[in-house]
Design a protein around this ligand. Structure first.
Ligand SMILES: Cc1ncc(C[n+]2csc(CCOP(=O)(O)OP(=O)(O)O)c2C)c(N)n1
Ligand SMILES: [Mg+2]
Length: 349
């Protein structure tokens, strides 16, 4: 038997698709109507500005604990939510503020939870990774990598059982995709034809580990093949491509054909969390994605090119979004902390 001459980590970087070839299978996306472009712009801007503000507030010591920003990945959750129907659920991991906002949760309540205040979604006791809204069909917010995958599969089981025609949108990362419970979930979901779209947000890194160093099969859209679950790679930086793929996947689920996988090729601009100096990648790599693929810039350019908006109108939209975010941060810094008696409520044994 031949003996490997290189260390496992080095082997992992060889014979794999180099980063320069990184990209989705399909690169064309159907056009958006003018209304859809504006809707996508507003929603993505809300997430971007909210996250920038959360980053600043964290730096000022107003937010404590874990805080994982979604900046760069906005097109994924916004495109998915544009295809959503009333009753469809969303569930994700800890990089979750964008999902909450896309579900229509109140930015004030999300920000107040980040600052640990009493009007936060979990009464200030949960923080960044632990918020829920039954009202908006958002099921968290989970700090344990991949824990949301069986839970999201369970939501789909409930939909099937109740015959309500709703779909569970279950989001997780490229790192989470290597977890065992993901494959147990895939098996049951296909066996019982559960209406779940597994959205793998492939942002190329799991903490400081690049996908190419950690994953034997880096095409995550193929991860369901042995269970007969169809998958597709999607340009997760183009909100139009995301919405189109989401519609197709959700129609499949609603037709009773079972689960599907969408691998979103995306990128996070910030570190894994606020404490990550991101030394495992170059500034050039980040700058290249920002300048060539930014999801918000893509929409802005199309609106200007088609003369659907002027620079001035776009600035006004940005200002109105900033005003919503400023109002949320004002609220979150003036809202009182929870009463100490809250220490003894919502505790289960
Ligand atoms: C079961 C478990 N193992 C390890 C961790 C530590 N951890 C937190 S995030 C993370 C990386 C996950 O990366 P990915 O799934 O790609 O999501 P991303 O952070 O890129 O959004 C790890 C290993 C954890 N929270 N839970
Ligand atoms: Mg990742």
């Amino acid at each position: 038997m031949a003996v490997a001459k290189t260390k496992p980590a080095e082997q992992g970087t060889q014979e794999r698709r180099p980063l320069s070839e990184w990209g989705p299978h399909e690169t064309t996306a159907p056009e958006f109507t003018k209304d859809a472009e504006f809707q996508a712009l507003r929603q993505m801007l809300l997430i971007r500005r909210f996250e920038e503000k959360a980053g600043q507030m964290y730096g000022m010591g107003l937010i404590g604990g874990f805080c994982h920003l979604y900046i760069g990945q906005e097109a994924v959750v916004v495109g998915m939510s544009m295809a959503k129907e009333d009753g469809d659920q969303m569930i994700t991991g800890y990089r979750d503020h964008g999902h909450m906002l896309a579900c229509g949760m109140d930015p004030k309540g999300v920000m107040a939870e980040l600052t640990g205040r009493r009007d936060g979604y979990s009464k200030g006791k949960g923080g960044s990774m632990h918020m829920f809204s039954l009202d908006k069909n958002f099921y968290g917010g989970h700090g344990i990598v991949a824990a949301q995958v069986p839970l999201g599969t369970g939501l789909a089981f409930a939909n099937r059982y109740r015959g309500n025609n709703s779909v569970s949108l279950t989001f997780f990362g490229d790192g989470a995709a290597n977890q065992g419970q993901v494959y147990e979930s895939f098996n049951m979901a296909e066996l019982w034809k559960l209406p779940v779209v597994y959205v793998i947000e492939n942002n190329r890194y799991a903490m400081g580990t690049a996908v190419l160093r950690s994953s034997a099969q880096t095409d995550f859209s193929k991860r369901g093949l042995s269970f007969n679950i169809p998958g597709k790679q999607v340009d997760g930086m183009d909100v139009r491509a995301v919405k189109a793929a989401a519609e197709e996947a959700m129609a499949w689920c609603r037709a009773g054909k079972g689960p599907t996988i969408l691998e979103m090729m995306t990128y996070r601009y910030r570190g894994h969390s606020m404490s990550d100096p991101a030394k495992y990648r170059t500034k050039e790599e980040v700058d290249k994605v920002r300048t060539e693929q930014d999801p918000i810039e893509q929409v802005r350019h199309r609106l200007l090119d088609k003369k659907w908006a002027t620079e001035d109108e776009l600035k006004k939209i940005d200002a109105s979004v900033r005003a919503i975010v400023n109002e949320a941060s004002e609220f979150a810094t003036h809202d009182p902390e929870p009463d100490p008696s809250e220490l003894y409520t919502d505790v289960y044994r």
